[in-house]
Design a protein around this ligand. Structure first.
Ligand code: NCD
Ligand code: ZN
Length: 348
């Protein structure tokens, strides 16, 4: 197979930032995907529907001319989010979910949830109105090893959420572990997960190949080879519980190549191509369309996209860096060969 055509895919987990940076990067995603869920961890965070509506307008204004890309918004849950915000979010028609960051778990998560109980009124209203909860599933306790944070979050918090709100639709964002996959598989159809390209393609050795590799550092951090294989199996299984969410999380080169480098892998310039690479390695290219273009839309109860994209087997290399506002950014697979190329002349 040297060419594949897919229903235009969607990215169910994406960081676009704001201002000049947003304008530098949104075209990469819009060239590949019909829609994306735009993460709300700006400074200050997108905690209300009115902030999300404004942010959405800035995303649309930053799109290259002639794009039909649709940003789907999500709100940043805090200890103080009122249940009435759920009503406003649903009424807006542009908010598809609410994002749960444990306080301090990742970039700009300081305003996140400190105590699960404080979110109960919001979760109850989300369950009633059918708004999706998107969970960053990691505890932040110093005493819990960074490689165990997802498993412990599932044990302590996620299992309580799904037991208490059985009709609430929950996405375990960027699942990274075998235990995470086992948990999602054990739950009813209300529980799903997104999977990133870096967690499908790399294990934690990639953080240390020949020296420390800041561009492979993201949260949740890369895991063991056994975890990667469990993710690859889940993504290519055909299960409707798994769908594409890149977690493309751009940081300027200098903020990554630093004594205290930021977490985030910038995969947007080659996102769908990288998934094709992973599915091809697993001999499962025939399963890519369902994972990339069907399962997420079905879970979110949105129509599947009507257009299509094509990929051709024609190795290419992302640039060593791209402009990023007035700085530059190093993409995932910078200057490294990727087997599949987007057959979409004229796009970035
Ligand atoms: C994300 C970011 O930079 O906003 N970083 C990351 O490593 N994934 C935040 C997040 O999704 O955890
Ligand atoms: Zn993210």
């Amino acid at each position: 197979m040297n060419r594949i055509t897919l229903t235009r895919p969607d990215d169910w987990h994406l960081h676009l930032r704001d201002g000049d940076i947003l304008r530098s990067i949104v075209g990469f995603t819009a060239a590949r995907f019909g829609r994306a869920v735009i993460m709300p961890n700006l400074k200050p965070p997108v905690t209300t529907t009115s902030l999300a509506v404004e942010y959405r307008k800035r995303v649309v204004a930053a799109l290259p001319a002639g794009c039909s890309f649709e940003p789907l918004m999500t709100l940043y849950l805090t200890d103080n989010t009122p249940a009435a915000e759920v009503d406003r979010a649903v009424a807006s028609g542009v908010v598809c979910g609410i994002k749960y960051y444990p306080a301090g778990a990742t970039t700009n998560a300081d305003c996140g949830v400190t105590t699960l109980e404080r979110t109960f009124a919001v979760l109850e209203r989300m369950e009633e109105l059918g708004l999706v909860l998107q969970v960053h599933g990691e505890v932040t306790d110093d005493g819990v090893d960074v490689f165990d944070r997802e498993r412990v979050f599932i044990e302590r918090h996620l299992s309580r959420i799904v037991a208490r709100y059985p009709a609430l639709r929950v996405v375990l964002e960027h699942v990274t572990t075998r235990e995470g996959v086992q948990f999602v598989d054990s739950q009813p159809g209300t529980v799903a997960a997104t999977i990133t390209p870096q967690h499908l393609l790399l294990n934690r050795n990639a953080l240390f190949v020949g020296g420390i590799r800041p561009h492979h550092y993201c949260l949740p951090v890369l895991k063991r080879e056994g975890d990667r294989l469990a993710l690859l199996e889940a993504a290519t299984s055909g299960s409707q519980k798994y769908f594409l969410g890149t977690d493309s999380a751009p940081h300027a080169r200098g903020d990554k190549e630093s004594a205290c480098g930021c977490a985030g892998v910038f995969s947007a310039p080659a996102a769908i191509e990288l998934y094709a690479e992973a599915f091809d390695q697993a001999g499962a290219l025939d399963r890519l369309q369902a994972f990339a273009s069907h399962h997420g839309a079905d879970f979110y109860r949105l129509a599947r996209n009507s257009g299509s994209i094509s990929l051709v087997r024609d190795p290419w290399r992302p640039a060593a860096s791209y402009p990023f506002g007035d700085r530059d950014i190093v993409p995932f697979f910078a200057a490294e060969a990727i087997g599949w190329r987007l057959d979409n002349p004229g796009n970035p």
